[in-house]
Design a protein around this ligand. Structure first.
Ligand code: ARG
Length: 566
């Protein structure tokens, strides 16, 4: 509906004033100002110097005619806003579209054959999967789901950190301590790495040795390769466990090492296009407004930067994407500026967009969750605790029926615990830093996954009692009462939110929407009897069913499970 009205306003401005309108259609903060509001007349007035109220009245007249099937009423509001009220009939029909669309309700056709690549998660081999990679993982997956639902071709690629000089350090430790790599897990591997740096502080020669080992690895030394492969296998085992728990997946996980044999060609292209400068034996790329990036180090080793260039080239050749999105922490801002700028200079960007969705940090309020020995907080520990807390919560509140069995209790605890953690992350704007507080994950009356899951289960239980899931056969055209209207006037916005959340790289917009939806449903539920309704029973059931469907679709896009019973 937003699109139709927006288009009509644009067209009216075009026809009456010969102007291209830039200002968008909005939902007024206060619903007493209508379902939509447009500042079009103010914009026209700024450009033409005429009276905005006068322009608004002219637009109103024209739009009342153009939009007579959609709009009940248009009002002119000082200093020149146009406020629109949708027809009830239309809103009631939307309930039908929700029922008919079912799990696809809200899906869009925006892609038009375009491909979007999303680079997300990308933890580093031989290091713990820390909480630092949670944001990239869950925001990346949510964006993936949103674009797919919006009709794009989407490629999800996990750019694992499985190459680089740090492997020199690990190889050096493994060899000099004569360790059996088969017995190493990620915890041990990370310790090796930490030990290495402690030792290297005393003895700078260590760095030299590590560098030599990395060069061996790069030049294909058999032993180095074997150890490296074992290290990867051990790490992936842990990562896969976490991905399974999080319900996160990828189309590809090429990782940095995949580009190893693709770098020479890229380096040659960069040289040939004259972008390289020699500096202390290294080859660097300079930029007018950024510090230089290192393409090849003085010892001949490649860098993270070089691999990201090779990655872009490969992705373009393989998938011809219009957009490549990197869901990576904001501490890598400069890196991506350098990578994108170089890709543009190389002429690869043509009609393509590179986006760094730079997320902020998760911080822990002092003492709440210890970072054992000052190291990274392990995501797996946090997940386990989240599930344990969810278990307490769900059994305390009654949980599954007594006879549901232990297996089902486990499933519920996992869905609620994991959902709470993911949602806590997703509900914050990616760019902001988050202070981690357990209480916030499990707010039963607040913006949390358990609250939404609980609301969903409540709606489903009403429908189960009514013995209907699709109560659309309304015997007559009901008029929405005060108890029903706020919910009715919120449901239809879901497809807009799907679009906005994708367009702004902001799954948090979807969280906000769902939270408001749940609140409106719960107010409605408190104010109006549903099963025992004396009037509008069909409408109330239809609203309940639509709420459940939209909550489910929204949570699914966020990668969060819904439960039929809680
Ligand atoms: N492995 C990197 C890290 O943990 C993130 C990689 C992001 N993706 C990329 N194409 N650079 O910091």
């Amino acid at each position: 509906m937003r699109i139709e009205i927006e288009d009509a306003v644009k067209k009216a401005v075009q026809e009456l004033y010969r102007l291209e309108l830039a200002s968008p259609l909005e939902h007024p903060k206060q619903e007493s100002f209508g379902d939509f509001a447009s500042p079009a007349a103010l914009e026209v007035a700024r450009q033409t110097g005429s009276d905005p109220l006068e322009i608004a009245s002219q637009l109103k007249l024209k739009l009342e005619d153009d939009l007579k099937d959609l709009i009940e009423e248009i009002q002119v509001e000082k200093p020149g806003f146009l406020n629109f009220w949708l027809k009830d009939q239309l809103l009631l029909e939307e309930l039908g579209r929700i029922a008919k669309g079912a799990d696809r309700y809200g899906s869009l056709d925006l892609g038009k054959g375009e491909t979007i690549i999303i680079d997300y998660s990308a933890p580093n081999i031989a290091k713990r999967f820390g909480i630092g990679h949670l944001r990239s993982t869950v925001i990346g997956q949510a964006l993936y789901n949103l674009y797919k639902f919006s009709g794009y071709k989407v490629v999800g690629d996990n750019h694992l950190g499985d190459w680089g000089t740090q492997f020199g350090a690990i190889l050096r430790q493994v060899k000099s301590k004569n360790l059996n790599v088969k017995n190493l897990n990620v915890d041990k591997l990370e310790e090796l790495y930490v030990d290495f740096h402690r030792e290297a502080e005393q003895n700078p020669k260590r760095m030299e040795e590590a560098r030599e080992w990395f060069l061996k690895l790069e030049s294909g030394d058999k032993e180095a390769r074997e150890i490296w492969q074992e290290v990867i296998d051990a790490s992936k085992k842990e990562f896969d466990r976490i991905y399974a728990l999080l319900g996160v997946g990828f189309d590809y996980a090429y990782g940095e090492s995949f580009y190893e044999d693709k770098m020479p060609e890229v380096i040659a292209e960069v040289r040939k296009k004259g972008l390289v400068k020699k500096s202390d034996g290294a080859e660097i790329i300079e930029f007018p407004n950024l510090p230089p990036a290192i393409l090849v180090k003085s010892d001949g080793a490649t860098t993270y930067f070089t691999r990201d260039l090779a990655t872009i080239k490969f992705r373009i050749e393989e998938w011809n994407p219009q957009t490549i999105i990197y869901e990576v922490g904001s501490d890598q801002k400069l890196h991506f500026q350098q990578v994108f700028e170089t890709a543009r200079k190389l002429g690869w960007a043509d009609g393509r967009e590179f986006v760094h969705v730079a997320h902020g940090l998760i911080r822990f309020a002092e003492g709440k969750l210890s970072t054992r020995r000052g190291q990274t907080v392990k995501l797996e520990d946090v997940l386990e605790e989240a599930i344990a807390r969810a278990k307490k919560l769900t059994t305390a509140s009654g949980g599954a029926p007594q006879n549901a069995g232990a297996g089902r209790n486990e499933d519920i605890a996992r869905a609620v615990g994991v959902g709470a953690l993911k949602y806590f992350d997703l509900s914050h704007q990616p760019q902001t830093d988050i202070i981690f507080e357990w209480e916030k994950l499990f707010l039963m009356e607040g913006n949390s996954a358990p609250y939404l899951q609980y609301t969903y289960a409540r709606a489903k239980s009403v429908l189960a009692k009514a013995k209907t899931d699709n109560p659309l056969a309304m015997s007559h055209e009901p008029l929405a009462s005060e108890a029903e209207a706020p919910l009715l006037r919120w449901l239809y916005r879901f497809p807009e939110v799907v679009q906005d959340a994708g367009r702004n790289y902001s799954p948090n917009l979807l969280c906000n929407y769902l939270f408001e939806l749940a609140q409106r449903f719960n107010s409605f539920y408190a104010a109006a009897p549903i099963l025992k309704a004396e009037e509008n029973k069909d409408l109330r059931l239809a609203l309940t069913s639509a709420t459940a469907q939209v909550l489910k679709n929204g949570l699914t896009l966020l990668g969060i499970e819904t439960l039929e019973r809680l």
